[in-house]
Design a protein around this ligand. Structure first.
Ligand code: AMP
Length: 249
C-alpha cells in the first residue's frame, strides 16, 4: 500500500500571534513556523502503518512557498520516504489545495490519503472533505483509530454521541484527530538522514489549475479582552449573582 500525507506549514501553535496594524491579517514576519500538529499525527500514523508492514511507501505533499521545504524535512525525519512541494506564492484556500492534491493523487495513485482534520491557522476543516468530493472517494473524518485490513480500512471517529466505526474500501481519504497517536520526536540521526531523502519541487502554475481565491478577508481583529474572573464562596452566592447581577436565571 502507498500512503500520501498532506502537510501544511503553519505558525507554531506555541507562539503568540499579533494582528497586523491595518487589520488585513496576522503578522507572520519572523515567527517560528511548524508542521500543522494534526498533520504531524497523520505522518506518525503513516509511519506506524509502514512499520507494521501495511505500507511500502509514504509520500508527503505540501502546497506553499519555498520555505515549506522545512515541513517536508520534518515529515521525512519522522519516517516519510519522499516529499513533494507544490510551490505557490501565497497561501491557497482549501478548495485550491484540494484541487492541487487531487491532481497529485491522480499521478501518484496512493491507496490511502491522510490529512489533518484541520489546519490550526485557518481552522477551516474543509480540505479533506473537498478532496474526497473531487475524487469521489470514500472519506472518514476525525479518525481516532485506523486499521487497514486487506483492501479495506476501518476508522473509528469521534462524534457527539461517542465513537463511530466506519469501514471503507481503499482508496480512501482519512482526516485525523488529536487522540489517534502521539507523534515521536525525530532523533538526530533521522533528521540527518532526512536531508538525503528525495524532495521534488513543482510550481503550482505548471499544473494548470485555477487556484484564484474565492474569499475576501474584510477584517482581522483580536478577540475582545476578557474581564478577570472572581472566586465565590458558595453555590448560594453563585445563584444569587446569576439571578440578580447576570440576569440569566
Ligand atoms: P483545513 O481544511 O485548511 O483546515 O486543512 C485540513 C488539512 O488539509 C490540513 O490538516 C492538511 O492536512 C491539509 N492541508 C491544508 N492546506 C494544506 C496545504 N497548503 N498543503 C498541504 N496540505 C494542506
Amino acid at each position: 500500500m502507498k500512503i500520501l500525507v498532506a502537510v501544511k506549514r503553519v505558525v507554531d501553535p506555541n507562539v503568540k500571534i499579533r494582528v497586523k496594524a491595518d487589520g488585513s491579517g496576522v503578522e507572520l514576519g519572523g515567527l517560528k513556523m511548524a508542521i500543522n500538529p494534526f498533520d504531524e499525527i497523520a505522518v506518525e500514523e503513516a509511519v506506524r502503518l509502514k512499520e507494521a508492514g501495511r505500507a511500502r511507501e509514504i509520500v508527503a505533499v505540501t502546497v506553499g512557498t519555498a520555505q515549506a521545504h522545512d515541513v517536508l524535512r520534518t515529515a521525512m525525519a519522522i519516517g516519510v520516504d519522499r516529499g513533494l512541494l507544490v510551490q505557490a506564492e501565497g497561501p491557497l484556500e482549501p478548495l485550491a489545495v484540494a484541487k492541487v492534491l487531487a491532481r497529485v493523487i491522480a499521478e501518484e495513485a496512493p491507496d490511502l490519503v491522510l490529512l489533518g482534520k484541520q489546519a490550526v491557522d485557518d481552522d477551516c476543516n474543509q480540505t479533506g472533505q473537498m478532496l474526497a468530493a473531487l475524487l469521489d472517494w470514500p472519506q472518514a473524518t476525525f479518525a481516532s483509530k485506523i486499521t487497514v485490513v486487506g483492501d479495506m480500512v476501518e476508522v473509528t471517529r469521534e462524534v457527539d454521541s461517542g465513537l463511530q466505526t466506519l469501514e471503507m474500501e481503499l482508496p480512501a481519504i482519512v482526516t485525523v484527530d488529536l487522540r489517534l497517536n502521539e507523534p515521536r520526536y525525530a532523533s538526530l540521526p533521522s533528521i540527518m538522514q532526512a536531508k538525503r531523502k528525495p524532495l521534488q519541487t513543482r510550481p503550482v502554475t505548471d499544473l494548470g489549475i485555477d487556484v484564484a481565491p474565492r474569499l475576501r478577508v474584510l477584517k482581522t481583529a483580536e478577540p475582545a479582552a476578557r474581564a478577570a474572573g472572581i472566586r465565590l464562596n458558595s453555590v448560594e452566592e453563585l445563584l444569587h449573582k446569576l439571578k440578580h447581577e447576570a440576569g440569566v436565571l
